[in-house]
Unconditional design. Structure first.
Length: 163
């Protein structure tokens, strides 16, 4: 999972800017590869501290601040990291669920088509059953007319009617 695949970098920049204004936070957001995703102050690596951005136990990046930052800045960085993590998790779940929704929708459509086919076949079978009943009744009548000679035929007609 890559952070910039789920969060628009311009929205990420806006979020960082808002935190910078409210909390006086000088920070940048970097991806898991260490590359900057937002613009901000230039820090030397040895002078920085970071708060990881985690989604589903996977590190997607970090909020980088100056190592000499006060507690207020560290807390703001932690809060910014949490907000980014939660937003990325929501976007990730949206992408997963939209695929599931499409799959379920397609399965429901196929099920509807199968039900329609079953109904059509059932209608055909009912029609055949009605014709069979009429045919067996006609055979029974003809067997009765034939008298003694139609006794065997009457048994067959009765069996056909029972079907």
């Amino acid at each position: 999972m890559v952070l910039k695949d789920y969060l628009d970098t311009s929205k990420l920049q806006d979020l960082q800017n808002s935190f910078s204004e409210v909390a006086g936070l000088e920070a940048v957001v970097v991806g898991a590869d260490g590359k900057r995703l937002t613009e901000g102050p230039r820090f030397r690596n040895e002078e920085t501290d970071s708060v990881d951005i985690m989604v589903n136990g996977e590190k997607l990046g970090a909020v980088v601040i100056a190592q000499a930052s006060d507690k207020k800045a560290r807390d703001a960085a932690q809060l910014l990291s949490t907000m980014i993590s939660q937003t990325a998790a929501l976007e990730y779940m949206n992408s997963i669920n939209s695929g599931r929704y499409s799959s379920i929708k397609e399965d429901i459509k196929k099920s509807g088509q199968l039900v329609q086919t079953i109904n059509e076949k059932t209608g055909h079978l009912k029609g055949i059953a009605k014709k069979q009943t009429i045919l067996s009744l006609n055979a029974t009548i003809e067997a009765a007319r034939s008298g003694e000679a139609g006794v065997g035929f009457a048994v067959v007609a009765k069996s056909m009617q029972d079907l």
